[in-house]
Design a protein around this ligand. Structure first.
Ligand code: FAD
Ligand code: NAI
Length: 493
């Protein structure tokens, strides 16, 4: 029986970051992990391996198609998939070792095994026939999420795969059918398309990337189509059958009606993730979950049982590593008597394709639905000098600002390095900044970030490097009574 201030269940980005922060604040901490390596979904089968393959496959595509126009002539590159997978694994191993080191450095006890809550203040850990009890003042659940199953379709991780299998395919599929045009479908679909697969994405809704700004999503879809991805929107996969070497994928309109059969070598099921609470003993301990299986928490991450807290993918909110990390820090600070807090209005989201899609705050659809009078400022990368000389002009920046106060409510970017660029908007929004604040901040030239400044200037219809007609169309004020009707923003325009 060991005594701790805090026992954390799950060593993903939520759990391990919480452990480090709690140790920094003087707590005696143990973290329990059932998998062999620390780091959770993110480091082992999520963010990190996918980014390694996105990077490597992008290099492959560039070497094959992108360099000739710059006067760099190369023989067509040859794919060595096994070596690319080794590259991915080296990245995973390096990061995972880093977490082991962080645990040692912060004197956090790592307990390997499956945890179950016996009651508030007591956790049982079982591994290979052994059983250990951990006594503690508080427990944080950070058990993450698992792949959402698709009814009637069995994932074997060989031919019908989840993201986990799709990160480790032994050969490039001739034809890949992706079910779900969300983040995983588009990122991993891009990886395999770049490596040579014919990719068809089947999406239940009539749009891709639900939740993101719909105009951005439409533009992004066009870019992906130009790259060779095919979409079947408003459609559902109803069955996958083996027919010798091929798979027969039956697709029907979402609303019902006559369907079609697609051939595939591999089917990737990427229709979302669900909270993971298996074997945790929540019901017995009295920890409430909601109708979607998420652990119910209050604004301070407390569950329905005193002394038990929960963070990350297992609770409500976007299933993102940085959201889990920030919650980990916040709950540790709350347990130490500080004012831990997460600002859910300013959590960035990034799709790491090429170009990338990055967003923070409210979309135009959100403000419209909320009846907020707003102004939109947009600036395309075709008018950004750095993008022009580098010939990487796909995409745009879109700033959504409050019409009355000019406060920035959301920023949405499609473009190379958008995932890095979004953070100036994040900081601005954390400080409640306005479009004018953004527009008057000096941006280094020539950078792609100048497009953000120009989009902010467009809010006030005064972008410098904008073709006049685009500016007139895009710098507009909209409010419920004016919706869809461009109106003069400035008295002098
Ligand atoms: P997890 O990382 O899932 O960790 C939970 C841990 O708890 C696991 O290690 C699990 O083994 C352990 N555990 C569960 N139950 C028990 C138990 N009873 N006893 C002991 N241990 C237990 N997010 C981003 O922000 N950016 C990205 O680029 C990104 N890419 C992704 C790509 C893919 C393919 C996937 C699948 C996800 C991606 N995500 C990304 C999402 C991200 O991985 C998750 O949001 C994040 O990992 C959630 O962190 P967490 O700590 O809540 O849970
Ligand atoms: P998702 O929620 O992003 O997308 C799932 C898609 O599948 C949606 O478009 C949905 O409408 C569609 N869908 C649902 N049921 C369907 C059906 N029966 N047939 C066809 N389409 C269907 O989920 P995804 O892509 O699986 O990712 C899971 C989580 O992982 C996300 O919440 C995301 O936040 C996280 N993630 C984040 C990444 C990032 O930040 N770059 C990368 C990868 C994952």
């Amino acid at each position: 029986m060991a005594n701790y201030d805090l026992v954390i269940i799950g060593a993903g980005p939520g759990g391990y970051v919480c452990a480090v922060r709690a140790a920094q604040l003087g707590m005696k901490v143990a973290i329990v992990e059932k998998n062999r390596s620390l780091g959770g979904t993110c480091l082992n089968v999520g963010c990190m391996p996918s980014k390694a393959l996105l990077h490597a496959s992008e290099m492959f595509e560039e070497a094959g198609h992108g360099l000739g126009k710059m006067g760099i002539a190369l023989a067509p590159p040859k794919l060595e998939l096994a070596k690319m997978m080794e590259f991915k694994q080296q990245g995973i191993d390096g990061n995972v070792k880093g977490i082991d080191y962080l645990m040692k450095k912060n004197k956090i006890d790592v307990v390997k095994g499956r945890a179950r809550i016996l009651k508030a203040g007591q956790v049982e850990v079982t591994a290979d026939g052994t059983r250990e009890l951990l006594d503690c003042r508080n427990i944080v659940l950070a058990t993450g999420s698992a792949v959402a199953p698709l009814k009637g379709i069995t994932i074997d991780e060989k031919r019908v795969v989840s993201s986990t299998g799709a990160l480790s395919l032994g050969k490039v599929p001739g034809k890949l059918v992706v079910v779900g045009a969300g983040v995983i479908g588009l990122e991993l679909g891009s990886v395999w398309r770049r490596l040579g697969a014919e990719v068809v994405v089947v999406e239940f809704l009539d749009r891709i990337l639900p939740g993101m700004d719909s105009e951005i999503a439409r533009q992004f879809q066009r870019i992906l189509e130009k790259q060779g991805m095919t979409f079947r929107l408003a459609s559902k996969v109803v069955s996958v059958e083996e027919a010798g070497a091929a798979l027969k994928v039956r697709v029907e309109p979402a609303a019902g009606g006559a369907g079609a059969v697609l051939d595939a070598d591999v089917v990737l099921v990427a229709i979302g993730r669900i909270p993971y609470t298996e074997g945790l003993g929540l019901a017995e301990a009295g920890v409430a979950i909601d109708e979607r299986g998420r652990v119910v928490t209050d604004a301070h991450f407390a569950t329905s049982v005193k002394g038990i807290y929960a963070i990350g993918d297992v609770v409500a909110g976007p299933m993102l590593a940085h959201k889990a990390e920030d919650e980990g820090v916040a709950v540790a600070e709350i347990l130490a008597g500080q004012a831990g807090h997460v600002n859910y209005d300013v959590i960035p989201g990034v799709v790491y394709t090429q170009p990338e899609v990055a967003c923070v705050g409210k979309s135009e659809d959100d403000v419209k639905a909320a009846g907020i009078a707003y102004v939109v400022g947009k600036f395309p990368f075709t008018a950004n000098g750095r993008s022009k000389v580098n010939q990487t002009t796909d995409g745009l920046v879109k700033v959504v600002a409050d019409a009355a106060t000019d406060r920035v409510l959301g920023v949405h970017i499609i473009g190379r390095e958008a995932g890095e660029m979004i953070h100036e908007a994040v900081v601005l929004m954390e400080f409640g900044g306005s479009a004018e604040d953004l527009a008057r901040s000096c941006h280094a030239h020539p950078t792609r970030s100048e497009a953000i400044k120009e989009a902010a200037l467009t809010v006030a219809k005064r972008a410098i490097h904008m073709w006049h007609s685009f500016q007139l169309l895009e710098g507009r004020v909209l409010c419920p009574s004016l919706q869809g009707r461009p109106a003069a923003l400035n008295a002098d325009s």
